[in-house]
Design a protein around this ligand. Structure first.
Ligand SMILES: [Zn+2]
Length: 264
């Protein structure tokens, strides 16, 4: 006998578009039990019909609910260090690259993907100290319409109205996502006058990107949060210059620490 809560949870996950196998694993019940609760003694519909049902789940084109907090974070990660590739038959793969030095961030990235979409995310080590967290769906371009050919810095990146609204409503997770992908919190050391090996240490945040559009989106969110910033150009020939943003005033760093903090 299972509790009503477990049965309800299997229906909820089904509505989100998970496969019976995934629901069974998540709820710790058998696939047969799930199908029995759903169909009783009726015959289950053909596999093709079930697959159709699953692929219609989309927060954009089928009005499914979107976890906006998780989306704001994932959008920050995507704009910073993610891309979408087309694979077979209209299926897309979202890739977000994470540094192996920060296993905590890899976990946050997988969680955000799964909250935005009932997908299973996979981790693939690239062998260069990076892990790609990736997940497959037909609907990634619905959620990230910035998808297009070439590098993000070689095309215009403009948020759609609905995305801008989410970013305006959730600037903190959005900024956190951008800093987690293309930024960092560093400790600056300054030698104390007179003392030999004594230093002042003070933290600051950096963010840099080659896309002026992405930098502009980042700094407007900082302004909305009342966080002062400065910018300078980082030359990196033969590559395109980067624009580097620094947040270094004490109160501003404290404000960022409240919702970003060091990478982990
Ligand atoms: Zn869609």
């Amino acid at each position: 006998m299972y509790s009503r809560d477990v049965v309800d949870e299997t229906f909820r996950l089904k509505a989100l578009g998970l496969t019976d196998k995934a629901i069974a694993t998540q709820c710790g019940v058998s696939v047969q039990a799930i199908r029995h609760w759903r169909y009783g003694n009726r015959r289950a519909p053909a596999t093709e019909a079930r697959r159709q049902n699953r692929t219609t789940y989309c927060p954009r084109c089928s009005n499914a609910r979107l976890d906006e907090h998780a989306y704001a974070y994932l959008l920050g990660l995507y704009l910073g260090d993610g891309h979408i590739t087309a694979s077979r038959r209209g299926v897309y793969v979202l890739w977000i690259f994470c540094d192996n030095k920060y296993p905590g961030l890899i976990g946050l990235c997988s969680d955000a993907m799964q909250k935005v979409f009932p997908v299973t995310s996979f981790r693939a080590s690239r062998g260069d100290g990076c892990t790609a967290v990736k997940a497959t769906s037909k609907h990634w371009p619905c959620l990230f319409p910035q998808h297009g050919p070439g590098h993000k810095h070689s095309r215009r990146i403009v948020l759609e109205t609905w995305q801008q609204k989410i970013v305006d409503d959730h600037p903190e997770p959005f900024v956190r996502g951008l800093v987690h992908s293309d930024g960092c919190r560093v400790l600056n050391r300054i030698r104390k006058g007179g003392g030999k090996d004594e230093y002042y240490e003070y933290p600051r945040y950096h963010f840099s990107n080659t896309s002026q559009d992405i930098v502009g989106i980042f700094t407007s969110s900082l302004e909305q949060l009342g966080i002062p910033w400065t910018s300078h150009i980082q030359r990196q020939p033969p590559f395109k210059d980067k624009t580097a943003i620094s947040v270094s005033r004490k109160e501003a760093v404290a404000r960022m620490d409240a919702f970003v903090g060091p990478k982990h």
